[in-house]
Design a protein around this ligand. Structure first.
Ligand SMILES: NC(=O)c1ccc[n+]([C@@H]2O[C@H](COP(=O)([O-])OP(=O)(O)OC[C@H]3O[C@@H](n4cnc5c(N)ncnc54)[C@H](OP(=O)(O)O)[C@@H]3O)[C@@H](O)[C@H]2O)c1
Length: 250
């Protein structure tokens, strides 16, 4: 369990707000009367979301220390809900993954949420606030997404530790496959038959419900919880099933 946190009307920072899941979260929070800080790199897309949600746009590259600092500066002494959605993917065998891509995945998916949470923790504590990390079902291990999986598993471990030590509410959201621009941007289409894609609004609804309900983790769709349970209780069986449905590349 995490702490139950009221969402309506609270000041919220949403990273990755210019697209997909982040934009859907921003729209849901705006409908609940939350003043927003919307973070992304793409100025025009951020402005289009802001036209629907209100709030303040902060254009920042979370792959850089300067970008992370500018978001922290915009949110300090203000933020009550810190929602980390920004992220990038990459698919392919580990040995073919460019070293620069490894660095970028680590910086955007893991480094930025860690640094931003660290910088804003005193503000969140004073506000009885809540931090949300959008991880992925890949956190339990997916073939040909080793670095991405590592960043998402790292995020999950970080969330578990912060939940224990900080006194603020902490929720991890683990989506399966979501219909966004994620796959086009990573340069590799989604090829598996399941899990099926869900709309980003479903993830946004699961996220808000989990914060209000005091859930430590939520899988979207919910049935993916089963995969995580098998992974935890019977890792060898999980690995056997994974190899059967998604054989390793040669
Ligand atoms: N789609 C899926 O199937 C799926 C499944 C599980 C988990 N997730 C996770 O969900 C999150 C959102 O993904 P999505 O599906 O909504 O993909 P998306 O539509 O591609 O959105 C990604 C968001 O991250 C932002 N972003 C990327 N790099 C950034 C950087 N260097 N600095 C600042 N912002 C950056 C993008 O902003 P700009 O374009 O403005 O830079 C965009 O707003 C990611 O963390 C992803 O790993 C997605």
């Amino acid at each position: 369990m995490s702490r139950r946190t009221r969402v309506a009307g609270r000041n919220a920072v949403v990273t990755g707000a210019s697209s997909g899941i982040g934009a859907a979260v921003a729209e849901r929070l705006a409908a609940m009367g939350c003043p927003l800080v919307l973070v992304g790199r793409d100025r025009d897309r951020l402005a289009a979301v802001r036209a629907r949600t209100g709030g303040r746009a902060v254009v920042a590259d979370l792959g850089t220390a300067r970008g992370v600092e500018s978001v922290a500066e915009a949110a300090v002494d203000w933020v009550e809900l810190l929602i980390h959605v920004a992220g990038i993917g990459w698919a392919g065998p580990l040995a073919d993954t460019p070293a620069t891509t490894v660095d970028e995945l680590m910086a955007v998916n893991l480094g930025a949420p860690v640094q931003l949470t660290r910088a804003l923790l005193p503000t969140l504590r004073a506000a009885d606030g809540h931090v949300v990390f959008v991880a992925s079902i890949a956190a339990i291990g997916v073939a040909n997404e080793a670095v991405y999986a590592a960043t998402k598993a790292g995020l999950r471990g970080f969330a578990d530790a912060v939940r224990l030590e900080s006194g603020v509410g902490v929720t991890t959201v683990l989506p399966g496959v979501v219909a966004t621009e994620y796959f086009r941007r990573r340069g590799t289409a989604y090829h598996r038959r399941f899990p099926r894609m869900v709309p980003p609004q479903r993830v946004a609804a699961g996220l808000v419900g989990a914060v209000e309900g005091g859930k430590a983790e939520v899988f979207v769709p919910r049935w993916l919880t089963l995969g995580a349970r098998v992974h935890g209780a019977a890792p060898a069986t999980f690995a056997r099933l994974s190899r059967r449905f998604d054989p390793p590349a040669r």
